[in-house]
Design a protein around this ligand. Structure first.
Ligand code: EPU
Length: 423
């Protein structure tokens, strides 16, 4: 059993540099297979989900080299194979490889990702858009099969905003024959980063950052060197840790532009911040005001991935705060763990009312998924006494060095024991 041990109650202080973004890196790694050549990525986070994706690329015979945080991927000589189910099951976002595999191999076999702890997470739109581009898709014995010797551009309208399905469509369309027009696309920064990355290697994607994209298929892409952008969710999580402990921290390279809705909430609960010489300088000494209402929304609204860390902060604010989760129905599994620490939270459907208490007490808690697990770390840093967060493998799927980072900010936190827990 691997766990994180925390002795809480100390305000965080100090300066930290942001890791590269998990959710930007994963589709960019999938994009690498579209081109029989090299992809060099700087600032790539060495986290579990990236490692799982690299294992999948290796199963296609890609050559992978790390030089510090620079990743060199050589996809010159790939051989088709099915995505190994061990990784497909570990990492739900392996589905993003479907379109890229069709683009490179003309066929794809992937394990069906299934539901996950934060919600059902259907993939209907992933499949619909690939079908619209000409793929024949079937399902047998828990595997998805796709075939299409040459994808063809088409028009497609997403009925709901989906980050993954938009990325899927982009990956499939860049080398498809003709023009693809996508309506109702997600506008999350991770979609924008993927599109810009692909354009930097010869793709022709127009309307980047808008709901409607026009993609002119190209015959080939080229080698590229790129930088994985900093992680807005990790930055927001550390800001929550600062807020919960009433600390003062500086985050170097935090993607402030992408964090506006979160920063507005931080300000509403009493946090103060400014951007100085490329650093987000945050002062949480006056945090403690309740948040009358916030709902999670698609970008640029408040991100669902920061809802749980925010809940940990509000558990220690004055009065009653109200959160509505509109994206993933399973996000409130963290509530039972926070209650063990003395938090007072009522849940009804999509809504949670958090009645702030003066103090949380440390306890033995279980991480059940990535962001909820990180939120327990936030709560533990603010709580009185010792907290153990079990199953911390979930947290390490997205946070490169959560213990070292928080130690650098003065947190009394360490990882103990070692075990390979997937999720
Ligand atoms: N949806 C459908 N059908 C589909 C696809 C999605 O109904 O075919 C629904 C989902 O069930 C959900 C909504 O659409 O209700 C939005 O889901 P989306 O597809 O945007 O999520 P995702 O692409 O699966 C990514 C991030 C998540 C993040 C969400 C929302 C990655 C690898 N994952 O997931 O990040 O919460 O967008 O911003 O980029 C995390 O990092 O912890 C994480 C879960």
């Amino acid at each position: 059993m691997s766990y994180i041990r925390i002795y809480g109650g100390k305000p965080l202080s100090g300066c930290l540099k942001m890791q590269g973004s998990k959710n930007a890196a994963l589709p960019i790694l999938a994009a690498a297979i579209l081109h029989p050549g090299k992809t060099i990525l700087h600032n790539c986070p060495r986290i579990r989900d990236v490692n799982y994706m690299l294992e999948i690329l290796k199963s296609f015979q890609a050559k992978i080299d790390w030089e510090g945080d620079t990743l060199v991927i050589d996809c010159t000589h790939l051989k088709f194979s099915a995505v190994p189910s061990v990784y497909g099951h570990q990492m739900r976002s392996s589905i993003i490889l479907f379109g890229a595999m069709l683009g490179r191999f003309g066929r794809a076999i992937l394990p069906q990702p299934g539901g996950c702890i934060i919600g059902e997470r259907p993939i209907n739109m992933h499949l619909d858009v690939l079908h619209a581009l000409g793929a024949e898709i079937g399902e047998r014995d828990g595997f998805l099969y796709g075939v299409c010797p040459l994808l063809k551009g088409n028009d497609f309208c997403f009925l709901k905003s989906s980050v993954g399905a938009t990325q899927q469509a982009i990956l499939a369309a860049v080398k498809a024959e003709g023009v693809t027009r996508l309506y109702g696309c997600a506008r999350e920064p991770e979609v924008v980063h993927l599109a810009r990355h692909l354009n930097s290697r010869g793709a022709d994607i127009r309307g980047i950052g808008s709901r409607d994209l026009e993609i002119h298929g190209v015959e080939q892409l080229c080698d590229v060197q790129d930088q994985i952008p900093p992680d807005r969710i990790v930055a927001g999580t550390y800001l929550c840790a600062c807020a919960a402990t009433r600390g003062q921290i500086q985050l170097e390279d935090a993607p402030v532009e992408e964090m506006q809705s979160f920063l507005q909430v931080y300000h509403k609960i009493g946090g103060q911040y400014e951007v100085k010489s490329g650093k987000l300088v945050a002062d949480s000494r006056r945090v403690g005001l309740p948040l009358p209402f916030v709902r999670t929304e698609v970008y640029p609204g408040f991100p669902t991935d920061l809802q749980s860390p925010l809940m940990a902060v509000l558990a220690l604010s004055k009065g009653t705060s109200h959160i509505r989760e509109t994206i993933f129905e399973g996000r409130y599994r963290i509530v039972s763990e926070l209650r063990k620490m003395g938090a007072q939270i009522e849940v009804s459907g999509q809504d949670a009312w958090i009645h702030g208490v003066d103090a949380l007490r440390g306890g033995r808690l279980q991480a059940k998924e990535l962001r909820g697990g990180a939120a327990l770390v936030v709560a533990g840093l603010a709580a009185q006494g010792e907290t153990l967060v079990e199953d911390c493998g979930y947290i390490e799927r997205g946070y490169e060095h959560i213990c070292e980072d928080l130690q650098a900010l003065g947190g009394n936190i360490c990882r103990e024991a070692d075990n390979d827990i997937g999720g």
